[in-house]
Design a protein around this ligand. Structure first.
Ligand code: CA
Length: 231
């Protein structure tokens, strides 16, 4: 396992590197986000330890640029203690996990091993099916370039569909994902919301992306009816 450590504090960086090497891992150090970008682009790392506070572009921006460049190496962010916004921003920006400073080396190692198991397959923060895209963090939906305003339930249902494109989702599954146990009147609520959703994401665009599967539920088609799907 080969790890890239991105940290400008030399003492901290060499401490982590020594610890990893003692465990039999290979470790390189970058002291700037810009350096991390080209290193991660030219070497296949199994994980990156990325400090948020860096000179030049910070850890968030570094992570975003890695993901934009199609580099999906698992990223463990190092954040300041109590900076909850940092953790949220890091995870939304494509990091896989975070660790707050100061941390124990044992925990760093355990988290690194855990995220390295995710591998380097794309894990986009924005879901894309055909020309539909949905950003769970920003709660935005687009058909092509056009943004579509959805209610929170419509959004929740569409997100469920987009996490399982091409799969039949039963009404019960959709209920489970979009409603909590407080909800009592469950009879035909899914059908009603699927109708609303079609009125917003399909009809204005001449699409039929949500199919009714008789006796089973609904399915989100993976390709656009207009032939401009990207999946
Ligand atoms: Ca730092």
């Amino acid at each position: 396992m080969r790890v890239l450590i991105v940290e400008d504090e030399v003492k901290m960086a060499s401490l982590i590197r020594r610890g990893l090497r003692d465990e039999g891992l290979s470790a390189d150090v970058a002291t700037k986000g810009e350096d991390a970008l080209w290193m991660a682009g030219s070497t296949e790392y199994d994980a990156i330890v990325l400090d948020v506070m860096l000179p030049g572009i910070d850890g968030f921006e570094t992570c975003r640029r890695l993901r934009d460049a199609g580099v999906w190496v698992p990223v463990l962010m190092l954040t300041a203690r109590d900076a909850i916004e940092d953790r949220v921003a890091g995870l939304d920006g494509g990091a896989d996990d975070y660790l707050t400073k100061p941390f124990s080396f044992g925990e760093l190692l355990a988290r690194l091993r855990a995220i390295a198991r995710r591998g380097t397959a794309p894990r986009p923060a924005v879901l894309t099916v055909g020309n539909l895209s949905l950003d769970p963090a920003r709660r935005q939906v687009w058909r092509g370039e056009e943004e579509i305003a959805l209610s929170s339930k419509e959004f929740a249902i569409l997100e469920s569909f987009m996490r399982r494109p091409g799969e039949v989702m039963s009404r019960f599954q959709l209920l489970e994902h979009a409603w909590d146990y407080e909800y009592e009147n469950r009879s035909n609520v899914v059908d009603v919301y699927v109708r609303y959703l079609r009125e917003k994401i399909d009809r204005p665009f001449g699409e039929h992306s949500i199919e009714t599967v008789r006796g089973a539920g609904y399915r989100l088609r993976q390709e656009s009816a207009n032939g401009n799907g990207r999946s």
